[in-house]
Design a protein. Structure first.
Length: 343
């Protein structure tokens, strides 16, 4: 099977999984996997070799296998084999200046002004705004959860940007739970200095994808201690997750109780009318000329990822232009496939 056919098969697995299992299955488990080859009876998939990802993939191999066999007209049963595509991951050694970096890069284009507001994310938006404007005495801790692509990371970056630009000039540390685990394991191995040094003088700690703590129980205990230290010092903490705190069953019980202690806000996917409004807004802002029927088609077929929805009008025009076609309903099935492949 050639690369194009392989990518098309993977796209079909993504679509079928999205409809059958919900977008969460695809967004968490499929986007970090890569099809390597299909040589019946073996379908080989590449995965990152870190423990956090391998633990996620293993329970779902049989599900992917089922989807492959549904899609492929083969006389023999296709089995799925997972191999590592990044052998360096488990051996990586971080220099101390990288481990002790004050913050992950903050996207300065992700601001409150550029955040697209609709009914299902309005509360999260207002709460995030209020956190920046308040002190730790008023809003000490915010937990945002929702599926992939609904804008959690955008809001985290918006909080960081707004806090650093405020008159109080708040000191922000933006990181991910996976980065936190890497730092913890580094200090545990090297035994150099205090693990908490970089957290001593911050005003706001922002942690993306708290599920990353699944990778190490020791790191969970350290985060529990850090959380309480910051919380008791009236510092502010912002955490994002795919799941609500009650659903983070693989976290330490004490830590999970901590995560339930503040403002907990979910961000839902926009409904059809909200998706139409978002598309019309994007078209107007960028001065695009796209028929309403095309926008309605996009809204019907991209319903689970805001970023993909925002990019869809321009990508649809790119697809039509590249293929020297007019943008019409006739080409939209192929254009949608192109949009998914480029996202």
């Amino acid at each position: 099977m050639c690369n194009l056919e392989l990518e098309n098969l993977w796209h079909q697995i993504y679509i079928k999984g999205e409809r059958y299992f919900s977008s969460g299955f695809c967004d968490i488990f499929l986007t970090d996997l890569k099809p390597i080859s299909l040589k019946p009876p073996i379908f080989t998939i590449g995965a990152r070799c870190s423990a956090i990802y391998m633990r996620k993939y293993n329970p779902y191999i049989k599900i992917i296998e089922t989807l492959v066999n549904e899609l492929i007209n083969s006389q023999e049963h296709i089995s799925v084999k997972v191999v590592s595509t990044d052998l360096e991951v488990t051996k990586r050694q971080y220099p101390i200046d990288q481990i002790c970096a004050k913050s992950l890069p903050i996207n300065h284009e992700c601001t409150f002004e550029s955040f697209i507001i609709y009914q299902a994310n309005r509360i999260a938006y207002k709460t995030a705004n209020s956190l920046v404007d308040s002190s730790g005495d008023i809003i000490n801790y915010l937990f945002l959860f929702g599926s992939m692509g609904v804008g959690k990371t955008h809001l985290l970056n918006a909080i960081a940007n707004s806090a650093m630009a405020s008159t109080n000039n708040k000191k922000v540390l933006y990181t991910s739970a996976e980065q936190f685990v890497d730092e913890y394991l580094y200090f545990k191995r090297e035994q150099c200095g205090s693990f908490y040094t970089k957290y001593n003088d911050i005003d706001i700690l922002i942690v993306d994808d708290i599920e990353g703590l699944y990778a190490d129980r020791g790191a969970q205990r350290e985060f529990f201690l850090l959380f309480n230290k910051l919380y008791d010092s009236k510092k502010q903490i912002v955490i994002s997750s795919y799941y609500a705190p009650d659903e983070l069953f693989r976290l330490d019980d004490n830590l999970r109780c901590c995560l339930k202690s503040g403002f907990i806000t979910d961000i839902q996917k926009p409904d059809y009318n909200a998706r139409i409004a978002i598309l019309e807004n994007i078209v107007a802002i960028n001065g695009l000329v796209i028929p309403q029927k095309i926008l309605e088609y996009i809204a019907q077929h991209i319903d689970n990822n805001i970023k993909r929805l925002i990019e869809a009008p321009m990508r649809a025009l790119d697809y039509a232009s590249y293929n020297k076609l007019s943008l019409s309903l006739d080409i939209m099935p192929s254009a949608i496939n192109y949009i998914y492949s480029q996202s």
